[in-house]
Design a protein around this ligand. Structure first.
Ligand code: FAD
Length: 513
């Protein structure tokens, strides 16, 4: 158990907030080398050396420095990592632009006339995304880290042994090191397809023109989000997956709901393919896919690879530090320790507990376990996940099959008789809550316009064991989408009324007349 004072210190050090709020200074300063230099420091021994300046690495190094640790952060490319440069930031900006396009197309249903359709100026859309990206990138500058006392070193880190790491010819000695080098797009082997000609999350946001015909390989979160985005911009999109359902990790009814919405936006699905190959053409290629008995041939201009991420371990010389890893990533225990005593790993580089959406929580665990004598478990984190399609999908806890295995009860409520959903013209959605007979919540899935904002309430209830009967007493403002949670809780409370209790109530009320 971690000592109470450590918990208090960590709670006070809302380091991520500090990182976000301190004075703005541009990343270019960092790139120009205006950072702490090794020669400025009396020795090269650190409490903590963090490798990788993505979301996890930044939060760990800033938080540890805030607590007084001597911290070096090694980054070989740009601060901010995938989330900022090739992940949630640019995708969220694109999703927002595509949603505006879709809303304008449906303006007439609100009684608004948009003259002669809408024109998507794709270069302008991308300029907007790039400018928002630049705005966010300013928050992740080397100068800000320097203000917090983090020594930033630019270059590829390479372990020398179990307590030393080398970067650009300088050897750093560490009491603890954290590997947070993230992951890169997986390149599936598809006969006839030249991987270097494909788009990935890494180069997608440099696109200058709207693809007329786009194939997306992988119908998971990123694939589904981008399929809807590009279809809404006007591309002809075909979405491929070996799995017979889109969003393979979602419950089948949830995946179906999303699929129907995407089809409504014009996306063509090629799911459950057993064979896939490409044939080169002058403008792009034709993708031949066998789904069941049928062969489909889709001519496309671009192919976007969205078939998962591969942990970045190359070049780290992990063998020298006795850090065990394989093609799935670095092997870590539930408390994020690697096979090497002084080295931890966190985030996308790990083979387990990658936990996207939880960088800050991971960072707190790493700091407590690396700098103090804690054994906080990443395995215990309750992490909601979100897919930013329209409608959004948000999930926390057990899935439907897991709930069935645990013999839990499931409450399912559609959105179509919720006033706010009707008024917003967004009735496609559902809420599922898996609970036991005492009203303890074990998991939930939301499909609706603001699912990602609403799932927090259920996650909080799960975290603090707030039962459904307590949620039923909680007032949700009318009319809101969040009212659906209150309705589910109310449905649970009504289910507690047995026929005997109901008969008794009836008699009692008759007597009171
Ligand atoms: C398209 C897409 C959409 C996503 N959407 C969301 C979302 O909506 N919400 C969400 O929470 N998550 C989202 N994610 C996941 C999120 O991006 C990751 O969970 C997060 O980036 C993981 O952070 P990380 O610090 O582990 O790795 P990264 O952010 O990848 O950072 C790793 C850093 O390490 C550096 N590095 C690598 N090797 C070395 C080396 N040898 N030496 C020095 N530095 C090195 C890299 O340059 C990089 O800066 C998305 C991911 C993608 C790809």
């Amino acid at each position: 158990m971690r000592a109470a004072w450590v918990g208090q210190v960590l709670a006070k050090a809302d380091f991520y907030c500090i990182l976000k709020c301190s004075k703005v200074c541009s990343e270019t300063q960092f790139l120009a080398g205006k950072t702490h230099k090794m020669s400025d420091t009396p020795s090269h021994r650190y409490n903590l050396v963090v490798i990788g300046g993505g979301l996890v690495g930044l939060a760990v190094s800033a938080g540890a420095a805030e607590l007084g640790a001597r911290v070096a952060l090694i980054e070989c490319h740009r601060l901010g990592g995938d989330s900022l440069h090739a992940g949630s930031a640019p995708t969220t900006a694109l999703v927002r632009a595509a949603r505006v396009a879709a809303e304008l197309r449906h303006a007439e249903s609100f009684g608004l006339r948009v003259p002669s359709g809408i024109v998507v100026d794709f270069p302008a859309v991308m300029d907007g995304v790039r400018s928002l990206h630049a705005q966010l990138a300013e928050r992740y500058s080397g100068a800000k880290l320097a203000e917090l006392g983090v020594e930033l070193l630019r270059g590829e880190a390479r372990f020398v042994d179990r307590t030393h790491v080398e970067v650009g010819g300088t050897i750093l000695e560490f009491a603890r090191a954290v590997i947070a080098t993230g992951a890169q797009p997986t390149v599936p082997s598809i006969p006839g397809l030249e991987p270097s000609a494909c788009l990935t999350a890494t180069n997608l946001f440099t696109l200058a023109e709207l693809p007329k015909r786009l194939a997306i390989i992988g119908a998971g979160t990123f694939g589904a989000e981008m399929a809807q985005v590009f279809a809404r911009f006007g591309s002809k999109v075909a979405l491929f997956d070996q799995h017979p359902q889109s969003l393979p990790h979602a419950d089948p009814d949830v995946a179906d709901l999303v699929r129907h919405t995407l089809e409504h936006d014009g996306v063509t699905f090629r799911l459950g393919y057993t064979e896939l190959h490409a044939e080169k053409t002058e403008t792009g290629c034709v993708l031949h896919a066998r789904c069941g008995e049928h062969w489909f041939a889709d001519p496309v201009d671009y192919v976007l690879l969205a078939a998962g991420r591969t942990p970045r371990t190359a070049g780290l010389n992990l063998e020298a530090a006795d850090v065990r890893y394989d093609e799935n990533g670095i092997w870590v225990t539930p408390i994020l320790r690697t096979s090497s005593l002084h080295i931890l790993a966190a985030g996308s580089v790990c083979a387990a507990y990658q936990l996207p959406y939880a960088a800050e929580a991971l960072a707190k665990i790493v700091i407590a376990n690396a700098l103090f004598f804690a054994a906080d478990r990443a395995a215990d984190l309750l992490v909601p996940s979100c897919t930013f399609t329209d409608p959004e999908v948000a999930h926390v806890g057990v899935t439907q099959p897991e709930a069935a295995e645990m013999k839990l009860r499931t409450l399912t409520l559609p959105f179509d008789d919720l006033d706010r959903a009707v008024l917003d013209r967004s009735e496609h959605g559902l809420l599922k809550i898996h609970h036991d007979k005492r009203g303890k919540i074990f998991g939930a899935t939301l499909v609706c316009a603001h699912a990602s904002e609403m799932i927090g309430e259920i996650a909080l209830a799960m975290q603090h064991d707030v039962r459904l009967s307590a949620l039923a007493a909680h007032i949700h403002p009318y009319p809101t989408q969040a009212e659906i949670i209150g309705r589910a809780a109310e449905a649970y409370r009504r289910s507690l009324v047995t026929p005997f209790m109901f008969r008794f109530l009836k008699r009692f009320l008759k007597w009171r007349r």
